[in-house]
Design a protein around this ligand. Structure first.
Ligand code: OAD
Length: 234
């Protein structure tokens, strides 16, 4: 049986594909009030602003492509049982060819009914006021906003609790519960953290087996993957 590798990715994973991160200089949250565009309250007070924010993101995503990092991760599947747990709402891991991708914060290329949350649709065009589900409810972006439950957490915890290796990539590890997932990794799991400006949160600080690589994803991931495929490792 292949051993389990869990890859926890954030916005930095897609930075070299041309998609902005949230908290870097010039990041998405710099020009926006987070609570206006990423909370149920923001949606209730200005739906058109929220729709336009995600329409822009969706248009940008459709012209982006997976980078060297996304592609290198797929090679890990030759030797390991790989689960990608991503905070990203883009589909670049899937387009690169990763087989198992769990989206903690939803998916930009899906829309769901505000009235019947089980009704979820594939969505690639702009989402507008008046776009309705088959039962007449307004559609909203299929994104987990601040203050909302993170339904995929249980699945993510199940994977990470079986991991021999955890690779954290391009996330500031500030947004919970995602940033707390490390807590569930076995104590002897090896943790790699690839990020040019890593931020060691409480859960990472407790780890003795932490290997921090201060480097961009597009360069660091192929290097680590080569290493894990060729040598050592349990
Ligand atoms: P952040 O913007 O908080 O962090 C991005 C991280 O990527 C930072 O640590 C950067 O140093 C790093 N980074 C930048 N360029 C990189 C590169 N080329 N290679 C590797 N790393 C690079 O983004 P997240 O941690 O993903 O949620 O943010 C978590 C959540 O906060 C998001 O999913 C989003 C946001 O609010 C929702 O919208 C629900």
């Amino acid at each position: 049986m292949k051993r389990k590798v869990v890859v926890l990715t954030g916005a930095g994973m897609s930075a070299e594909s041309g998609l902005s991160t949230f908290r870097d200089a010039g990041g998405l949250w710099e020009g926006h009030d987070v609570m206006q565009v990423a909370s149920p309250e923001g949606w209730a007070s200005d739906m058109d602003l929220v729709l336009e924010f995600y329409n822009q993101r969706r248009r940008q995503l459709l012209s982006a492509r997976p980078n060297e990092g996304h592609l290198a991760l797929t090679r890990l599947e030759d030797k390991f049982d790989v689960a990608i747990v991503t905070q990203n709402v883009d589909d670049l891991h899937e387009r690169a060819g990763s087989q198992q991708v769990i989206h903690l914060h939803g998916e930009l290329l899906k829309a769901r009914s505000t009235r019947y949350p089980e009704l979820v649709y594939a969505w690639t065009k702009d989402l507008l006021r008046g776009d309705l589900c088959e039962r007449g409810g307004q559609l909203r972006p299929h994104i987990v906003w601040f203050g909302e439950a993170v339904p995929m957490m249980d699945q993510a915890i199940e994977h990470i609790s079986e991991a021999v290796i955890v690779i954290v990539i391009g996330t500031s590890m500030q947004v919970y519960p995602a940033a707390g997932l490390i807590y569930y990794a076995p104590m002897d799991a090896k943790i790699y953290y690839i990020d040019p400006r890593p931020q060691i949160n409480t859960e990472l600080a407790l780890r003795l087996q932490l290997n921090v690589m201060r480097i961009k994803a597009g360069e660091g991931i192929p290097r680590l993957v080569d290493d894990l495929l060729q040598h050592h490792i349990v």
